[in-house]
Write a protein that binds this ligand. Structure first.
Ligand code: KIV
Length: 294
């Protein structure tokens, strides 16, 4: 009899259709990544990578590749749901993605982004949304955007026992207020960036993302903070670097931001494969004898 839990390759058995679910990923050694491990990496001066993930297969792959922190970013708004920006995505849309990722990793620390409108109203609202991400999404930590003004929100969440990652510099949820995608923290604004970072650290944040800030400003913040900084367009001196996976693996086509490095061309690979499949179906070359049951 075939079951989702039965490995294929034995007489009479076939591979489980449609995948085996996240309940039974390949066993791997290694302990769960905790926030104190990230602090220790900073103390040792060891840089670490972070990627976004929004589903089971990418979460498994990135976890097995040794990415210690996965972010279920509100960039799911553009990259999963097809909205025009990160603003429309809701908590209801984020929670299933967070749960898929946390169910699929064995080692990575999974951070759930709090979407626009789900925490800005008050520290109480921020805590209530963080609790949903932890209870319903099974997240290990949450992330929110904003500097000094959001220190009370960070404090409310951390005091409830939930680790918080901050996000300063260019904050996509404030795109319209910031006048579009622009570098933040240039010149005198570098001092404000530092104040924001220090306020988040003081409020209990375990790390801070810095997006699109000059490398020198990011270096100074990284030097001043005891908690790790995670750069995206913030130069080489941050303690960690994060990219959106569809950008770095080339699934997203078109012009990428300057800070993105494309490590693969998934869009090209997938388009080629899909076109071949379509041609083989039309030409009756697929399915071939080896794909047919008798
Ligand atoms: O939502 C997201 O993907 C992010 C990263 C760009 C840091 O916030």
């Amino acid at each position: 009899m075939t079951s989702a839990a039965t490995p294929a390759g034995q007489p009479g058995e076939v591979a489980a259709p449609y995948g085996t679910g996240a309940g039974n990923p390949p066993a791997r050694p290694g302990k769960r990544v905790r926030i104190h491990h990230l602090r220790e990496l900073k103390e040792r001066g060891e840089a670490w990578p972070m990627l976004t993930a929004y589903d089971m297969y990418t979460a498994q792959l990135f976890d097995e590749a040794g990415i210690p922190v996965l972010l279920v970013g509100d960039s799911a708004s553009n990259n999963v749901y097809g909205y025009e920006s990160s603003l429309p995505v809701t908590v209801e849309e984020m929670v299933p993605l967070v749960r898929a990722v946390t169910r699929s990793v064995q080692r990575a620390l999974v951070v759930a982004d709090l979407p626009f409108g789900s925490y800005q109203l008050s520290p109480e609202q921020a805590l209530a949304t963080a609790v949903r991400m932890m209870k319903e999404g099974r997240a290990h930590a949450v992330k929110l955007e904003g500097g000094r003004a959001f220190a009370p929100h960070v404090k409310a969440i951390t005091q409830a026992g939930v680790p918080v990652m901050g996000h300063i510099g260019f904050t996509p949820q404030s795109e319209h207020n910031l006048g579009g995608y622009r570098v933040q923290g240039r010149g005198d604004a570098g001092a404000e960036l530092l104040e924001d970072a220090l306020a988040l650290e003081e409020a209990g944040a375990f790390s801070v993302v810095m997006e699109m800030v000059p490398a020198e400003a990011a270096k100074r913040v990284t030097h001043e903070l005891r908690i790790p900084t995670i750069g995206i367009g913030a130069g080489p001196d941050c303690d960690a670097q994060v990219l959106v996976w569809q950008d770095m693996l080339g699934l997203r086509r078109g012009k990428a931001p300057r800070f993105v490095k494309r490590y693969a061309d998934l869009a090209g690979v997938m388009t080629g494969a899909v076109e071949q499949f379509a041609a083989e179906v039309r030409g009756r070359q697929f399915p071939a004898p080896e794909h047919v049951f008798h």
